[in-house]
Design a protein around this ligand. Structure first.
Ligand SMILES: Cc1ncc(COP(=O)(O)O)c(C=O)c1O
Length: 386
């Protein structure tokens, strides 16, 4: 990033989110090139950005298919004109009606499921409502979370129920190799990426051998997609946090500090010299209590303290403690009390961009030299988007 004029930030109410547009665009371009070179669709998971402005940058590269983690996001992106949406959290009956409203608006929504009972209920409901539903089966490729294993006998039972249902289209299989978050280095992440690919392809092949149509094979997390060397037989990838990256991804070796596009702008609000403590106005709500770097080689506490031009003040100057509205920086370096005078601005690099961003309704966009006048909105929460 170029030299930032600190004056540009003085008007902002802290804490707030700063988004470096140059870094964001570079991250998107890099992922676009990877998808292009492997001939796979890029369906970015927008659970991190939750922003139509970020989606617009993806659209610039021709990527109009999106992934979402809530129906609120689906409604938000639908309203902005995105009609190819994968809702990548298990569907269950209480959400069918909300799903129907999206279909009625012409949205090509895809839902996911991994349960035979839910499949039967979905088939009955879709037929009773004459509501055509498109779905993917979620595959458990690494024991990380939800999904049905590729070699589970129930996989074909599930596929058959969906394929035979009058108003349901089974479009394929998807998996999220989230176990990669526990990899120690890129070599392990590469192996994990191959496991994710192999298991999802295996599930699709079993379904196809049973003469059931299964065109889509959708995989991805940021570490697996960045590390992957092969996407053989895969049709689409769904990384999400790569648009912003964060300290946790850096600890995995998936990005460098220069790739982190998101920071929290905060202000120093107090000193306690005897206790070697400096207080900022970004606490647990503003930074999140995500401590995901705690088991990595470098533990960044609740975030890395940077100057207004997003450079670390010291490599180990971190927010070490948080209360709701207080962040605490512990330091025995007397000079820090002058550098971080009360009222001065700092930028905190987050451990986990998705969690930190969740507390904010908008991004203030830093454009190389300074600050754009406009800010970008986000869609938070779970209620009906309106
Ligand atoms: C189903 C699914 N797909 C894709 C992703 C994107 O992974 P990442 O956050 O590592 O980019 C997630 C993240 O949780 C997910 O749950």
């Amino acid at each position: 990033m170029g030299k930032v004029n600190p004056e540009a930030f003085e008007q902002l109410i802290t804490p707030c989110l700063l988004l470096d547009k140059d870094i964001l665009e570079r991250n998107i371009e890099r992922m676009h090139n990877k998808a292009l070179s492997h001939d796979v669709q890029l369906r970015t998971h927008l659970k991190t950005a939750k922003s139509v402005d970020v989606a617009a940058l993806l659209k610039k590269y021709g990527h109009t298919g999106v992934t979402v983690s809530t129906l609120t996001e689906a409604e938000y992106f639908a309203e902005a004109g995105y009609d190819d949406i994968l809702y990548a959290v298990s569907i269950e009956p209480s959400k069918f009606l909300r799903v129907k409203k999206l279909y009625q608006k012409g949205i090509k929504l895809k839902v996911i499921l991994d349960d035979v009972e839910v499949a039967r209920k979905l088939a009955e409901w879709a037929s009773a409502e004459t509501c055509p539903v498109e779905c993917l089966i979620e595959i458990d490729s690494d024991g990380h979370r939800a999904g049905i294993a590729a070699d589970d006998a129930q996989l074909l039972v599930l596929a058959r129920i969906l394929a035979e249902a009058s108003h349901v289209t089974l479009s394929g299989v998807m998996t999220h190799g989230g176990g990669a978050y526990y990899c120690a280095d890129m070599q392990q992440a590469r192996q994990h990426a191959e496991l994710e690919r192999e298991q999802c392809v295996k599930a699709a092949e079993r379904i196809r051998q049973a003469e059931i149509h299964c065109p889509i094979i959708s995989i991805g997390s940021t570490p697996t997609v960045v590390a992957a060397q092969s996407f053989e037989n895969v049709t689409e990838i769904r990384p999400g946090v790569y648009v912003f990256f964060d300290l946790f991804q850096m600890g995995l070796g998936v990005c460098s500090m220069d790739d982190i596009a998101l920071t929290v702008l905060a202000r120093v609000i107090g000193h306690h010299r005897k206790q070697n403590r400096i207080f900022i106005d970004a606490g647990g709500l503003a930074l999140s209590k995500d401590r995901s770097t705690c088991d990595q080689k470098q533990d960044f506490g609740y975030g890395l303290v940077c100057s207004v031009d997003a450079k670390p003040i010291l490599s180990n100057l971190i927010v070490s403690q948080v209360n709701q509205e207080h962040g605490v920086i512990n330091t025995t370096d007397e000079a820090m009390f002058d550098i971080l005078a009360i009222g001065s601005l700092v930028r905190i690099m987050p451990n986990h961009a998705c969690m930190t961003a969740a507390a904010y309704n908008n991004y203030f966009v830093v454009d190389g030299e300074g600050l754009e006048v406009s800010c970008w909105n986000r869609c938070n929460g779970w209620s009906q988007w309106c």
